[in-house]
Design a protein around this ligand. Structure first.
Ligand SMILES: O=C(O)CCC(=O)C(=O)O
Length: 249
């Protein structure tokens, strides 16, 4: 087969559409990748509508935020896999296809939706070994600042305050995708401060890849995040019913 210039240009256009521009945040340990404008404004509006159209029972209210689980409830003994709605599956497929962050056997099978009002956040924590060690998060509605900390188990860290263990932060703009992998997943903690406004300091490691500048003050609006992961151990409802049956004997 001969390849004409026109075929070749079509192929280049096709590949450019498939591979979204993400950049590794080099100022932090491996590996954080940041994809500004991973989704369009129309897609953001669509996803927000789907989240807020969910029945009330889908929401779990915590003291400092509320959340929805899609795909099941992750559990160390195994998640009973529930079908994912097509509106969500298509974005999960896009992450798999365009970032290469998941493998054929570790495709994302769970999405945690978190809603944060201004002033709400999440304490520094690790996601642990219930998940394949890659987190992908789409940010809707408002920016936030995701902070990273050395793990308390690190040498010399047990006596340090949380702030002294802070190693840097990433600005997550609306419509962006962030991937947290490798040592940033396995040996660091992440969290979001409970503030209503963020002042962008030198500690924002991806500032060059955002629309903002040092010193900008960004008031927070309501942010909805889609945290998309692969739960390692899953089971389906019929298997769990038969297990339950065995226990009862
Ligand atoms: O909302 C986010 O971006 C972070 C959520 C998170 O860390 C979690 O749910 O474990």
């Amino acid at each position: 087969m001969t390849i004409t210039i026109s075929n070749f240009l079509d192929l280049v256009t096709f590949l450019c559409l498939q591979i979204q521009a993400g950049m590794e945040v080099k100022a932090l340990p491996p590996r954080i990748s940041y994809f500004p404008n991973f989704i369009t404004a129309e897609e953001e509006e669509f996803l927000m509508r789907k989240v807020y159209d969910a029945p009330k029972i889908k929401w779990t209210q915590l003291s400092n935020r509320r959340l929805q689980n899609w795909g099941g409830l992750p559990h160390s003994k195994g998640m009973i896999q529930e079908p994912l709605p097509t509106w969500l599956q298509s974005f999960m497929d896009r992450i798999t296809e365009s970032t290469g962050a998941f493998t054929a056997t570790t495709q994302p099978n769970h999405c945690l939706v978190n809603e944060y009002r201004p002033g709400q956040g999440i304490m520094p924590h690790e996601d642990g070994n219930m998940f394949y060690p890659t987190v992908s998060t789409i940010t809707l509605g408002s920016h936030t600042v995701l902070d990273f900390y050395k793990h308390i188990n690190d040498e010399d860290c047990d006596t340090l305050s949380v702030e002294d263990r802070h190693i840097g932060s990433v600005l997550l703009e609306r419509r962006s995708l962030v991937l947290v992998q490798d040592s940033m997943y396995k040996t660091h903690l992440h969290g979001i401060k409970e503030v209503a406004c963020d002042t962008l300091s030198q500690s924002i490691a991806n500032l060059d890849h955002t629309e903002h500048s040092l010193g900008d003050q960004l008031p927070r609006d309501t942010r909805v995040s889609l945290t998309i992961r692969h739960v390692n151990k899953t089971t389906n409802i019929s298997k769990s019913i038969s297990l339950f049956g065995k226990h009862k004997k």
